[in-house]
Design a protein around this ligand. Structure first.
Ligand SMILES: Cc1cc2nc3c(=O)[nH]c(=O)nc-3n(C[C@H](O)[C@H](O)[C@H](O)COP(=O)(O)OP(=O)(O)OC[C@H]3O[C@@H](n4cnc5c(N)ncnc54)[C@H](O)[C@@H]3O)c2cc1C
Length: 515
């Protein structure tokens, strides 16, 4: 990463970075303006924001280090990589020693990098890890101070676990607290039906791992921060794109202290389903619609409760319970746009609806004391007509928001990241501009996206819409009867959910041979 201005600037400050585990130690020198400049890039004030934002009670018992929230800085490409970068992207005058580097920072800064990623979700962080691993200098801008998102997709599927195996980080990942789902089953009225069996998948992990998304992202960040090309700016919100001669040349962002520009030959929009990047780029969104929304909440789990993760449907109602060991993560499915109606009827009526589906929750449903404990997921299923423009590519939810059916959102986002690194990683080391060749990523990922969304829409429209609109007791349809009576068939839904269509594999090298 280079900190520079379009015009040559007098060098105003010397920042000393001790390169131990990439924790910056900044010695601020010079004027207040210099200090302001440095605050953007490496101050401890940004590095350690208010920890109350991430209460330990919400962190599933896993203690993340305070370094989890720091703004990562490294100041030069890895040895050997700088030769492969074009002069524009090589670094200004440096004095280096194995552990101590001094870098001259101009005051009117623009950050220059090879790849600028808007959004530190699963797609952005995984892409950053893969690019940094292959020697590409990359800057991720994340608008929040940490990765804490409650109920933001905690399912890490066998396809993603397989990628971690290919990256040699699977064992470390599985040491973190998690739960494992090996079977999917459902309760239709009073009859239990097994739906999916992951134990026969052709992957190293024959289960879905449940882990809070922030633990997952902290883990990816820790892995990525071992590579000198990885830079993460927390509390940096992308507000606009920089466009030059019809080509996207980077982003404008606001930080806690001041605005900042990040310029790069390639900008990635990985800023999720409400992507500002795709909006500013004028990319057309195709809305595929959804008949439902989801209310998420948690309720404590007793050791005597059933062990399985399961869904329960009866006429007009649907509840999914995910076993998170000491609590149930509950998803109550409601007709589209009816969240406010449920609220108006009051908490007591909502509690009763839950208990009518699962009477064993009666003794703890009172734990729901406030609507603040209930999160509304407005379900959106959409995709971009074009994922790219010259200089810009959208991936993950920014390119295609998925329905929660199958819990595949994170995994598709990660598959996009792997495909992007495979197809563009090498070019990012050499090319200074990207035009229509960016369409190669959409060409690769369009089929898995469309196929998955097609299956989700089928389930949404044929099953969920019917269940939510029904007042008569439900009967098991023939597809569920087949799954119930022929266990071998349960491998098909497990394959579609656990591995998906056209799974990606890591093809990029680890130029530092760290893993
Ligand atoms: C309530 C809920 C429950 C879900 N449950 C599941 C599930 O069980 N399993 C599953 O697989 N998927 C689930 N999903 C979907 C899943 O979370 C997403 O599909 C997945 O996280 C997409 O990853 P992403 O990186 O593309 O986008 P996101 O995860 O949305 O990440 C985008 C990131 O960009 C940041 N950002 C946004 N705007 C800006 C900006 N202007 N500047 C800088 N940063 C910005 C955001 O803070 C965020 O960190 C759920 C989603 C929701 C909302």
């Amino acid at each position: 990463m280079e900190v520079a201005d379009s015009k040559p600037q007098p060098l105003l400050a010397t920042r000393t970075v001790e390169n131990t585990k990439w924790l910056p130690r900044c010695h601020l020198r010079g004027t207040p303006a210099v200090r302001k400049c440095l605050r953007i890039f490496g101050s401890r004030q940004l590095a350690y924001p208010d920890d109350t934002h991430t209460p330990q009670s919400l962190r599933g018992g896993w203690t993340s280090s305070t370094a989890a929230h720091q703004l990562y800085m490294s100041d030069m490409p890895p040895s050997g990589i700088s030769d492969r970068l074009s002069p524009e992207f090589s670094f200004p005058s440096l004095q280096t020693s194995p552990s101590l580097r001094d870098i001259m920072v101009p005051m009117d800064e623009a950050i220059r990098t090879r790849c600028c990623i808007a959004g530190g979700g699963p797609a952005g962080m995984m892409l950053a890890l893969l690019l940094a691993r292959t020697g590409v200098d990359v800057v991720v801008l994340e608008k929040h101070a940490d990765f804490l998102r409650d109920f933001r997709g905690d399912t890490v599927h066998p396809s993603t676990l397989e990628l971690m195996h290919e990256l040699h980080i699977l064992d470390a990942f599985l040491k973190l607290p998690h739960q494992e789902i090996r079977e999917l089953s459902g309760l239709v009225e009073k009859e239990t039906v097994a739906i999916g069996d992951f134990t026969h998948l052709p992957t190293h992990c024959k289960f879905v791992a449940l882990m809070p998304q922030w633990d997952f992202l902290d883990f990816i960040k820790e892995q990525a921060s071992r590579y000198p090309g990885f830079h993460l700016m927390m509390q940096a919100e992308v507000i606009d794109l920089i466009e030059e001669n019809g080509c996207i040349a980077g982003v404008r962002a606001k930080t806690q202290s001041s605005p900042v520009e990040v310029r790069a030959p390639l900008t990635i929009g990985a800023d999720g389903r409400h992507s500002i990047v795709r909006e500013r780029a004028g990319l057309k969104v195709i809305d595929l619609g959804a008949p439902m929304d989801v209310l998420w909440m948690r309720m404590s789990r007793r050791p005597t409760d059933r062990g399985q993760t399961f869904g329960h449907i009866v006429a007009g109602k649907m509840l999914v319970l995910l076993n998170r060991e000491d609590y149930w993560q509950c998803a109550f499915v409601i007709p589209k746009g009816k969240g406010e109606d449920v609220r108006q009827k009051g908490l007591e009526s909502f509690r009763e609806q839950i208990v009518s589906l699962e009477p064993f929750l009666r003794d703890r449903v009172t734990e729901l004391r406030d609507w603040k404990q209930v999160s509304l997921l407005t379900v959106v299923v959409d995709r971009l007509e074009q994922w790219s423009r010259p200089g810009l590519l959208c991936i993950g939810d920014a390119a295609h928001a998925m329905s929660p059916i199958g819990g595949v959102g994170i995994n598709l986002a990660i598959q996009d990241a792997v495909a992007t690194a495979n197809l563009l990683g090498d070019k990012l080391l050499r090319q200074d501009s990207f035009g229509s060749e960016l369409q190669v990523v959409q060409r690769r990922r369009d089929f898995p996206t469309r196929a998955t969304q097609r299956v989700q829409l089928m389930v949404q429209n044929k099953v969920i819409k019917h269940v939510l609109g029904s007042s008569k007791p439900l009967r098991i349809g023939w597809p569920l009867k087949l799954l119930r009576d022929f266990p071998i068939l349960r491998r098909i839904p497990a394959r579609v959910v656990g591995v998906g269509f056209r799974p990606e594999h890591v093809r990029t090298p680890d130029v530092h041979a760290l893993q």
